[in-house]
Write a protein that binds this ligand. Structure first.
Ligand code: 5GP
Length: 176
């Protein structure tokens, strides 16, 4: 497996992240959002997005791992690292790298909603067109992409390529 052509360049990502940051800054004016990054894929996006938001905010991370095949979600998610923060009455924004079937996010949302946040929304850098198996409303989406396997800007293939600055197609990974 090798990283193939760039599907979203570093410049395009930076422009879009700035726009998302502005939208979130406007929508959350007067509030102190708590950004929750889903490790490991969201770590690069989280760093850029947090700095594009001109509000007092806090960040926390949780790590999840999906059972089953390495490149496909099974919908069953194990929490590997839980949050440090108490979500009670907080305005929580989940920061995700990519939504494919949406099963991971759906599972996470349910779990976090049970912790009593004042609000809970999602910001995902990428969303694969037409792949969602659950009904999800995601107010902040960076880019809609075709259902090909991608890596870079935090996203991996077997833990590699997270440090690439753009989003690349990955050759040789079977998609559903
Ligand atoms: P979902 O539960 O929405 O089907 O899958 C979400 C998770 O699957 C993402 O957080 C990510 O870890 C992984 N994933 C889905 N599509 C891709 C992809 O194209 N590239 C990479 N690196 N991970 C992906």
């Amino acid at each position: 497996m090798t990283p193939g052509e760039v599907v979203i360049s570093e410049e395009e990502i930076q422009r879009r992240v700035a726009e998302l940051g502005q939208a979130i800054t406007t929508d959350y004016a007067g509030r102190h959002p708590l950004l929750i990054g889903v490790l490991k894929g969201a770590f690069v996006f989280m760093a850029d997005l947090a700095r594009a938001i001109a509000l007092p905010l806090e960040i926390d991370f949780m790590a999840v791992s999906s059972y089953g095949a390495a490149t496909k979600t099974s919908g069953i998610v194990r929490i590997v690292k839980d949050l440090d923060a108490d979500l009670t009455d907080r305005h929580v924004l989940i920061v995700e790298d990519i939504v494919d079937s949406g099963l991971t996010l759906s599972y996470l949302r349910k779990g976090l909603l049970a912790r009593g946040p004042a609000s809970l929304e999602v910001c995902s850098l990428l969303m694969k067109k037409g792949q969602q198996r659950v009904n999800l409303e995601i107010p902040y989406v960076g880019f809609e992409i075709p259902p090909d396997f991608v890596a870079g800007y935090g996203l991996d293939v077997a833990e590699r390529y997270r440090n690439l600055r753009g989003i690349h197609l990955v050759d040789g990974v079977e998609e559903s």
